[in-house]
Write a protein of this length. Structure first.
Length: 352
């Protein structure tokens, strides 16, 4: 059984559709052809050239390899990994054969049914070499390097956390479509995402548990807030109080609750924060959870837009990077970073 990387659009825009329909889709726009009737790659290349006449031939060959995987090589029982735009990972098992729906809404003409085994798995649960493979820009490809398929399958029995299985000697095979494939998928990796994954793993190793409160407080101080950090123990829903001005008498007055758990947060914690805000006279609240938030919390976001902000792992890292130069030297020494320039990807995956 193979392990496939499938992206839900160039910017993750099709992710809700993937999850709600329990399907993975081939998201090439305007590509409404029944691929089950396409028996060879030469014919598929002709269809691509007719559909997208302004694209270069090499680009069509690259896309042909990915489309062939979806329509002819994936099989029921194979697993599929879908990186989320929320910087988490969804894993599912393919349960159906390739299906063409000519009346589907563009671009949802091609799909395979999927049983989602787990959604929103924190990226920090994966070993770094697995994250590197998930960082390929390619929309669809097989993941084989370093025995990753068996290592990911083993994670299912360990709460979707790394089981510490060492990679096979010599790498255990490559990525892409396979060495004998006439349309090899180029391995172009998202260096920015790989670097971000490394930062996330280092932050979590250094600041898990109560340490995450220290990091959040440092970010608030870098933003110009004066803070009060509650001591360890029962805090009554108050981890940090923050307010602008030198003495902290300015507005807005913020009540902060920080959770370092790597699983999504439940609704009662949000309710507790809102109640605590009233008790301490806070104008606004900040709820931080490394593992993100359950749908029961997300549904409350419009109602509480002017009262509460929520930071998941992705938001916290954004704030950390935006304020890094203003953080104290000890914290910078704990998480040493440097800026680099890199060539931006041409992002030549699926068609619009």
């Amino acid at each position: 059984m193979a392990l496939w990387l499938t992206r839900s659009g160039r910017h993750g825009e099709h992710e809700p559709k993937f999850l709600e329909d329990c399907r993975i889709y081939l998201t090439w726009g305007r590509f409404n052809h029944d691929l089950s009737k396409v028996k060879d790659r030469a014919t598929l290349l002709e269809i691509l050239e007719e559909t997208y006449p302004n694209q270069k031939r090499q680009h069509h060959i690259q896309n042909r390899g990915q489309i062939w995987i979806f329509s002819h090589r994936m099989k029921p029982g194979d697993w599929v990994v879908v990186p989320s735009k929320r910087k988490t990972v969804h894993i599912g098992e393919i349960t159906g054969d390739y299906t063409h729906d000519p009346k589907g809404e563009n671009p949802y003409y091609h799909y395979r049914t999927v049983k989602w085994l787990e959604t929103d798995i924190p990226r920090t649960n994966f070993d770094q070499d697995i994250l590197n493979s998930l960082g390929a820009f390619t929309t669809i490809c097989q993941i084989k390097r370093n025995d990753i398929e068996n290592r990911v399958r083993a994670m299912q029995g360990n709460g979707w956390k790394s089981v510490g299985i060492a990679p096979l000697p010599g790498g255990g095979g490559g990525g892409g479509n396979g060495r004998d494939d006439p349309d090899p998928v180029e391995e172009d990796f998202d260096i920015e995402q790989i670097a971000r994954d490394q930062i996330a793993r280092l932050i979590y190793s250094k600041y898990s548990g109560h340490g995450l409160e220290i990091l959040v407080e440092a970010i608030l101080k870098a933003q110009g807030f004066t803070t009060h950090h509650s001591p360890k123990g029962a805090d009554g829903g108050i981890d940090i109080l923050a307010s602008p001005d030198t003495l902290g008498f300015g507005n807005p007055r913020i009540c902060v609750q920080v959770k370092s758990q790597d699983s999504p947060l439940e609704r009662p914690v949000l309710d507790q924060l809102v109640g605590t805000m009233q008790n301490v006279g806070a104008d606004q609240g900040l709820l931080v959870c490394w593992g993100g938030f359950k749908p029961t919390i997300k549904r409350e976001m419009p109602r509480l837009f002017f009262k509460v902000r929520m930071w998941d792992q992705n938001d916290l890292i954004d704030q950390f990077l935006a304020n890094y130069d203003r953080l104290d030297e000890d914290l910078q020494a704990e998480i040493p970073l440097k800026r680099i320039w890199a060539v931006a990807s041409q992002d030549e995956g699926e068609q619009d």
